[in-house]
Design a protein around this ligand. Sequence first.
Ligand code: DC
Length: 221
Amino acid sequence: MENIITIDGPSGVGKGTVSLKIAEYLRWHILDSGALYRVLALVAKRNQVDMDDEIKLIELATKLDIQFIPLVNKLQIIYAGQDIAVEIRDETYGKMASKIAVKPEIRKALLARQRAFYTSPGLVADGRDMGTIVFPKAKYKFFLIASCEERALRRYKQLINIGIYVKLSELAVEIASRDQRDSTRTTAPLIAASDALTIDTTKLSIEEVVERILKNISKRA
Ligand code: DC
């Protein structure tokens, strides 16, 4: 698949921002797969569906109607006619999403939904298993990493920017436990695809990461 870029990696590494910039630059579509899991958590909460009620969660997952609209430096996430991009960023939904994401049947229910985002002219997909499971045939695969401290700080700044106030120390603990769960689950764990290029972004700015990815793509195009 010539026109898919997958960008995977752990929480807070900056995948979302980098993917948005690349999608804007190329004028391609964008899939924030983490948002699908987060929205599912939000909808389950709104409908008072128990996190262990797999049948109901699968039913909700197959019906999820989400649209991503990239604006300048911002991604609108529309669910049921409302932009819920800020609401789902709350770590409560991050944690619920990570717990939901452990269940293989729920992941299966979201698979076709994620693949349907792939339309012309191309797609930038970010998540945990974009390069391994959802788009294994993607031509361009990247895996971003950064130190735990740096990732907690990045997520902290991102949340403050959108008006969500958290304690950095608590956020660091939550992110670490989410990463542990995401990396050790049996189905589609957080792992770099064997043909992905890993970039340590700890000491890089967003612009530098974007530049490296775009350079790598144009070298191989
Ligand atoms: O990228 P994020 O922080 O918005 O993702 C929230 C959670 O969703 C993450 O902790 C694990 C799950 N997730 C997943 O299992 N697979 C994906 N492709 C994306 C997210």
